[in-house]
Design a protein around this ligand. Sequence first.
Ligand code: ZN
Length: 419
Amino acid sequence: MKIRRSLLLLYCLAANAAVGDSVLLRPDAVFDGQEMHSGWAVLVTDDKIAAAGPARDVSPPESTRVIDLPGQTVMPGMIEGHSHMFLHPYNETSWNDQVINESVALRTVRATAHARKTLDAGFTTARDLGTEGAGYADVGLKQGIHSGIISGPRLLVAGPAIVATGSYGPKFSTDVDVPQGAQEASGVEEVTRVTREQIGKGVDIVKVYGDYRWGKDEPSRPTFSQEELNAIVQTARSAGRPTVAHATTPEGMRRAITAGVETIEHGDDGTAEIFKLMKQKGVALCPTVAADDAISRYRGWKRGSDPEPPRLTQKRVSMKAAREAGVTFAMGGDVGVFAHGENAVEMELLVNEYGFTPIEVLRQATSGNSAVFHLADRGGIRAGLLADLLAVEGDPTQDISAVRQVRLVMKGGSIVRQP
Ligand SMILES: [Zn+2]
């Protein structure tokens, strides 16, 4: 009896010690998702931020582990808005060959490495927008990360995504039916069924392709009808899921916005009128400028020496129109088209090529994306939020490339990267 009681006491003490685990981060400055504050400290207890503010006002409990981070800025873990964990750069292997020739097993092995690279780069959450032929492997990847089997960001996954029958790829001879990079559906009844099926299998987000190239070497044109898009968005919404749309053409964008999607991915040929509609309906733009840049480079373009490809010139025009219309931007690069872990390329291009200030882009990647993606428990530094944090060398509000100088990554209060 006595032995049992003392064992119980020991157990309680151990449990209390685990519950009370605290870490105090003392950097030069803290970016809280909105503003920079010099001389702040951040206290983490268990998986949450317990306090953040001027260092003298943050009083850590006894036995708190103190980590001094001189010359560094602590900021919220960044949120990648558009990745494909199941793709790797197209200059290594074309999209067609990845979808057709790489097994789901191989692609999943790659995805586990991509997840680790993403987290190490300071991205503690990612919206993964389609496995491109790997079915629901992203649902399994997310489970593997969540249960601690592998290391990676918190994921919001879209499964196979939905395309209009015949509109997507890969495309080979008319005599050969090849597996497609997304799930095909047509007609209000079928798109409703497929949306429900995907939700049942575990997608957090329904992704549709609102337009695409119907044939090789032709421009994108709308795919789903207004009625089909309405049915998808309403079906997803009633199940508590947002719908997001790949769309680059004005008409594809218009239909998706009218249907009620929450974000437009790419938006390359958006016009002033379309962006005005986006602003009105509160739809955010995830511009993926890094993907446009990467694809231009893969086609042989060299920045600085070669004339700018029409694709990038058009992107400047539409980005300017979107900003003038006051559209909300979600930071997301279409990572996978280029290397995982290089997520910061999008942020650098937004500053260096598209005229955003570093702090605007830092807000997009933290508090901005948390608001657009309904992630109220993260994206900032204040008491009660998840302790998803990173420390970078220098001041990213002065030089955006400082976000590449990652010195420490914390996810849910656990240090997952430290030099
Ligand atoms: Zn994409």
